[in-house]
Design a protein around this ligand. Sequence first.
Ligand code: SF4
Ligand code: SF4
Length: 308
Amino acid sequence: MNLPKSNDNGEGLVFNIQRFSIHDGPGIRTTVFMKGCPLNCHWCSNPESQDFFPNLMVRDMNCRQCGACEKICPEGAITLTREAGRKIERGKCSQCLVCIDACIYNSLNVCGKYMTVGEVLDEVLKDRAFYRNSGGGMTISGGEALLQWEFVMRLLRAGKRQELHTALDTSGYATWQTVEKLLPFVDLILWDIKHLDSREHKKMTGVGNHMILENIQKASKTKTIWLRMPLIAGFNDSDTHLAKLIDLAKEAAVEKISLLPYHEGGKSKCEQLGRTYPFPAGKAPNDERIESIKGMIEKAGMRVSIGV
Ligand code: SF4
Ligand code: SF4
């Protein structure tokens, strides 16, 4: 696998920096979301994270049909008609992004920004006092953070130099050689597991899980791990599958299992990206089933949280 490390200037492509995050590890944290992902999960709630380049995102409701974007588009990808309003032909769009500055009504936006380690860290350090008081810190997430491993390694190292608690939120889909480079600078791994059967995993994410499972076993020898799993009705919520999840959690001595019930957060973002939502039939298990799953994991002696 030929993974990008960072751009030629050593910058990383970041799509969001979320301050006061309380769902991505202990305490109050700042979560840095890296752009680009080698998986293609059907239920992805952040589809804007998937491409390893900045994306044009469109909010139709803000458009005043002034025509400025149509005039500037070098590809003729934008048309404005009285009947249909402003339309963007995504097949023609080269993602040059010049239309964004032309739109003064905030209908056209970019997702993804190249940033230096120093720029990201400056943002993260703004809330240092909150980290100290709450036992929080910095979490690097994605997309898949390991896709830009070199940048992420430098950011984690810089965070440790500032004595921050660091967490890495990852699917673990990278070679062990990549994963192990980052481990010295990581206090906690939030390991996103989707399915324990490789064929099922591939069906819904585009890749198998062998490398991921091997990496969990290896990393668990030295690192604290929280397992995270999106909980999707009819995909990974059967007793048989959950028993396998518990076995993995015990084997890897994970501190906690987090179950994240499926939600349709990715739907409106797909619209903004001009994509068809790939999982219209997606559902979370009902509340009763979620409670029984929680009970099953607790009975096995594991700590479990729902939705965080
Ligand atoms: S980003 Fe796409 S739609 Fe916008 S100006 Fe460039 S080619 Fe045209
Ligand atoms: S510039 Fe903005 S407001 Fe004007 S037509 Fe284009 S998207 Fe709509």
